[in-house]
Design a protein around this ligand. Structure first.
Ligand SMILES: Nc1ncnc2c1ncn2[C@@H]1O[C@H](COP(=O)(O)OP(=O)(O)OP(=O)(O)O)[C@@H](O)[C@H]1O
Ligand SMILES: [Mg+2]
Length: 234
């Protein structure tokens, strides 16, 4: 079964269209990068794929479920999907890092939430920040915490919005190893990025241009300078 099926999906913020007529199928274990200039619609598309936004028109099916206002709150669906938002301040809302990372395991998993929490903090190397207030962290640290809040409940479909944007060299290398691990576990992954050098392990590239899918296919396109210039990411 497909992880995601979008059929002619459009999404408008109030009256301003952000993505239009997007059709897309995503299969299990694909590693897809979304590329495109600022405002192209990458984040909006990720929010649709995360089953958080209901299309203004068209149909989005995630794990076979048609996305409606009701299904955005379906716990069975929520626990299968993880999204790391572009802005970590949207993701982090608790008084401490520990509370943020343990939030999803407390609500979405059946096992011992403490074990899940410790494991995610260890993976993202943030255990020493556990008692800190998330808003008092550096941007790179916040991003690590945001990623940990998603790893903590082990979802099968993971969406990353500009995951390495504020990371230093070591952070970016560690993110790359994390990706390798997630891929080895068979996760389905979609990553929006502007940073060409951070594109690794891609099985498929989707180029967005003015709210539409402009390219969908082989990563070979990353060698096409003319095309990358069109998307404004060179
Ligand atoms: N909350 C919002 N309210 C109104 N319009 C929005 C909102 N968020 C995004 N938009 C508009 O929707 C369009 C697509 O934005 P989106 O954030 O999806 O692009 P993006 O490709 O992720 O850009 P970036 O590379 O800057 O992150 C843009 O025209 C943007 O101005
Ligand atoms: Mg964005």
């Amino acid at each position: 079964m497909d992880v995601a099926q979008l059929e002619r999906v459009s999404y408008s913020y109030r009256n301003s269209p952000a993505i239009a007529d997007v059709s897309l199928h995503i299969k299990e274990s694909e590693v897809i990068y979304l590329i495109g200039e600022n405002g192209a619609g990458k984040s909006t598309l990720l929010l649709i794929l995360a089953a958080l936004f209901v299309p203004t028109s068209g149909i989005a099916r995630i794990f076979g479920k048609v996305i409606t206002e009701k299904s955005t709150k379906d716990i069975g669906l929520r626990r299968r999907i993880g999204i790391v938002f572009q802005d970590p301040d949207v993701q982090l809302f608790s008084p401490t890092v520990y509370d943020d990372v343990s939030f999803a395991p407390r609500h979405l998993t059946t096992g011992d939430y403490k074990l899940y929490t410790e494991k995610a903090m260890e993976t993202m190397k943030i255990s020493h920040l556990r008692q800190r207030h998330p808003y008092e962290l550096s941007e790179g640290e916040k991003k690590r915490v945001a990623i940990a809040t998603v790893l903590s409940y082990d979802p099968e479909f993971i969406l990353f919005d500009e995951p390495t944007a504020n990371m230093d060299g070591r952070g970016r290398r560690e993110f790359k190893s994390l990706l390798k691990k997630l891929i080895d576990e068979g996760k389905t992954i979609v990553i929006a990025t502007h940073l060409l050098r951070d594109i690794v392990y891609a099985t498929r590239i989707i180029g967005m241009y003015k709210g539409k899918i402009d390219y969908d296919g082989d990563p070979y396109v990353l060698k096409n300078k003319k095309y990358l210039e069109k998307l404004n990411i060179l």
